[in-house]
Design a protein around this ligand. Structure first.
Ligand code: HEC
Ligand code: HEC
Length: 405
């Protein structure tokens, strides 16, 4: 399970041990005392993990799927076209809409047989389709998923989803189409639906022309090229010019004094143990013990049924509410209170023991007075400069973005 984090801890403590052996422990207590205080250990841990940088100014594309403007345009049409869903009622944009930062203002998503938009979205009646089990993540900056604080990442193996189960935007793109409640519906099985979708796209002259133009050959409409076009569009959705990015690139005045204090508090509270690097995510799994969302008829136990979920990015939080894997917290204040509960030792999910929570969250210390400064710092990570336009129409002639009006 959280081998990575505990082994990281291990390395820190090992390093501490060596430090102590060679003397310098006297600072923390009476001479001769060999144990380092827990607060000193905590401080060293935080300093080691809390590393940040601006997002890169350029996006790296996979060698077998280079950028072209026409490919991104084709990907955008596919992204908004409900032709990719079994009942032609859901598009990617249904749950990842530009007007909500390519995320969705809804706790857990409604795909097939739904209608309406954001918090107004509901199932049509009668209905046999379940909710999608998790909160819709933003597509913004997924081009950078997996990036570390040295700005290193590989788009071919970029981790996707709350449980890291897909690698790369290309591999991710066909998954929602195959999933019953997201886009597939009940009429097709997982294999049939992709064949059906390819057939439908092939039958549309406008798509035939666009695919030929992009991929250079006739007969280029297939599953892989659909996925590649969608992934190329997604890689154009980056926000790497937030005020925080300017600050990191050396513009001291890009964020205010109180926001700088909030940044300091964010680090001191231990948030950067996991929310680090330019995405404010280590892209690792952690057990926090967020409570079950009662809208879901079963308990979502996360990665390998351990209740672990991936650290989400903290960029563009203005758009990504409600928060957490199951959208149970409507506001950032509620998220802060959740961490305060943990820091005062309250157990969160009744199915978990305190000892099962991640080591790195057990050292979080946050008080009520810290919450507003941290929230105002988090606002420096918002960046409104992304493509907010919808296509006027899609080649299938169906409703742009699915049944969302
Ligand atoms: C019914 C709503 C819905 C539809 C339709 C949908 N998604 Fe998603 N999307 C989600 C949810 C919910 C998640 C998180 C699922 C999880 O982690 O288990 C997600 C996650 C993702 C992620 C991962 C982001 C990250 O940071 O890991 C990407 C990329 C993505 N979707 C792209 C797409 C594309 C492309 C389509 C269309 C082919 C699509 N989605 C259709 C709801 C939807
Ligand atoms: C042990 C690693 C860890 C630490 C430490 C940590 N977080 Fe998180 N954070 C996570 C994970 C994992 C999630 C998702 C949990 C879930 O959905 O069940 C999360 C979710 C969030 C979210 C919701 C984002 C979204 O889009 O849903 C916010 C905001 C957040 N954390 C802020 C903070 C702040 C502020 C601190 C410090 C007080 C902090 N985190 C400390 C790992 C961590």
């Amino acid at each position: 399970m959280y081998i990575v984090t505990s082994s990281e801890l291990h390395t820190v403590f090992l390093a501490l041990g060596i430090l102590l052996l060679f003397g310098c422990g006297s600072e923390n207590g009476p001479p001769g005392k060999r144990e380092m205080s827990p607060s000193k250990k905590r401080e060293l841990l935080i300093n080691r993990l809390s590393k940040f940088s601006a997002l890169p100014e350029q996006v790296t594309y996979p060698p077998d799927n280079p950028y072209s403007e026409r490919k991104a345009e084709l990907g955008k049409l596919l992204f908004f076209d409900p032709i990719l869903s079994g009942e032609k009622d859901v598009a990617c944009a249904t749950c990842h809409h530009p007007s909500s930062g390519y995320a969705e203002f809804l706790e857990i998503s409604i795909g097939v047989n739904g209608h309406g938009f954001g918090s107004k979205r509901a199932f049509k009646q009668p209905n046999t389709i379940p909710f999608t089990k998790r909160n819709s993540q933003t597509i913004l900056n997924t081009a950078f998923n997996g990036i570390n604080h040295l700005n290193k990442y590989d788009p071919v193996s970029a981790p996707m989803f709350w449980d890291l189960r897909a690698k790369s935007l290309e591999a991710q793109a066909l998954e929602p189409i195959k999933t019953l409640e997201e886009m597939r519906g009940e009429r097709f099985n997982e294999v049939e639906i992709l064949e059906e979708v390819v057939r439908r796209v092939r039958d549309i002259p406008a798509y035939q022309e666009l695919f030929e133009e992009v991929y250079g050959t006739k007969n280029s409409i297939n599953q892989l090229n659909i996925a590649r076009a969608i992934a190329t569009f997604e890689r154009t959705l980056v926000t790497n010019n937030s005020r925080f990015d300017h600050y990191m690139r050396g513009d001291e005045s890009a964020i205010s004094l109180s926001e700088k204090e909030g940044f300091e508090q964010f680090k001191q509270s231990g948030c950067g143990n996991c929310h680090n690097g330019p995405m404010f995510s280590d892209f690792k799994e952690h057990i926090l013990g967020v409570r079950h969302n009662a809208k879901l008829p079963f308990e979502d136990m996360g990665i390998d049924s351990t209740f672990a979920f991936r650290t989400p990015t903290l960029r563009n939080l203005r758009h990504t509410a409600p928060y957490m894997h199951n959208g149970t917290f409507l506001t950032l204040r509620r998220v802060m209170e959740f961490y305060e509960d943990i820091s005062v030792g309250k157990n969160i999910n009744p199915l978990l023991q305190r000892e099962q929570l991640d080591t790195l969250v057990n050292v979080v210390e946050i008080e009520v007075k810290d919450m507003n400064p941290i929230i105002s710092f988090l606002n420096t990570l918002n960046d409104e400069n992304f493509d907010k336009s919808e296509p006027d129409s899609v080649p299938s002639g169906l409703a742009v973005g699915g049944l969302i009006r």
